[in-house]
Design a binder for this molecule. Structure first.
Ligand SMILES: Nc1ncnc2c1ncn2[C@@H]1O[C@H](COP(=O)(O)OP(=O)(O)OP(=O)(O)O)[C@@H](O)[C@H]1O
Length: 256
């Protein structure tokens, strides 16, 4: 579905992304881990054309970036990241229902006539993702966790083939984090996730593959069980850590 071939992104003679090759196949959900500034957001912002590779090629759904209509590709990719924060002023005044509905229209705000099937689809998504109690509330009055959830559902309503979640649980308390993770569990299999995080504990059962990025390079990548090991994480963070599994989720202990 998505393929990066020998991709580099160079700024001021610095290789921010260094010769990355990566393939996301249908049915896979990837978690992306790496130290601050390792290039995680830059790597995947290429899919939204926020960043253009300096070398190599990026393809999605059979179209190579720069050689086909990337707007058609982008219409099949959703993203929830802090880049949405710049729309807060507009979003704050809107109801949760309208924000979810605007995901069908792919606009910030509703400007066109709403057709009945669009209204019904929104009702369905509000119900499926348990947003009924918030539906009439203004976005500006929601908690951080509720806001993130609304933005995720807004992205999902356009049935993206790939959804990029860039640190969706950052700054959420434990309760709100778990609530958001439960929401992600309800996502259809047709949507493949790219889940960027700093927290190993957020890597849920639905994550099938993991990529570890260090200094713009892939440090390790593959099946979750193979990549998430004490040895790999110790090397990734230059810190002696021990990974423990509690059933289906893992967490790390830093060794003294
Ligand atoms: N357009 C650009 N021009 C110059 N430097 C850039 C550009 N885009 C990203 N960088 C730099 O590239 C590095 C990687 O940034 P990026 O945000 O991708 O890292 P990250 O792994 O997502 O970090 P974090 O975990 O802190 O969010 C940073 O040092 C950043 O300042």
């Amino acid at each position: 579905m998505i393929e990066y071939k020998n991709v580099s992104f160079i700024r001021d003679d610095r290789k921010i992304i260094d010769n990355v090759s990566f393939k996301l196949n249908s049915g896979e959900n990837w978690a992306i881990l790496g130290p601050n500034g390792s290039g995680k957001s830059t790597l995947f912002s290429m899919l939204m054309a926020y960043t253009v590779p300096s070398r190599g090629s990026v393809s999605a759904f059979g179209t190579e970036f720069g050689r086909g209509n990337w707007n058609t590709v982008k219409s099949q990719i959703g993203i929830v990241s802090s880049t949405m924060d710049r729309f807060d002023e507009v979003l704050n005044k809107q109801s949760v229902f309208d924000i979810v509905l605007s995901g069908i229209k792919k606009t910030i705000g509703i400007y066109d006539e709403v057709r009945e099937f669009e209204f019904e689809k929104t009702v369905g998504y509000i119900k499926k993702f348990s947003l009924g109690n918030l539906s009439d509330k203004k976005y500006g009055n929601l908690s951080q966790g509720e806001r993130k959830k609304v933005l995720v559902v807004r992205s999902l309503i356009s049935n993206p083939r790939v959804l990029i979640l860039d640190e969706p649980c950052a700054s959420l308390d434990l309760y709100q984090r778990e609530n958001l993770l439960r929401t992600l569990e309800k996502i259809d299999e047709q949507t493949n996730l790219i889940y960027i995080t700093h927290d190993i504990n957020e890597i849920m059962e639905f994550i099938t593959n993991v990529m570890l990025i260090k200094d713009g390079k892939i440090y390790k990548s593959g099946l979750k069980e193979d990549v998430l090991t004490s040895e790999n994480l110790s090397g990734l963070y230059d810190l002696k850590v021990e990974l423990e599994w509690n059933g289906k989720r893992a967490w790390v202990k830093v060794e003294e």
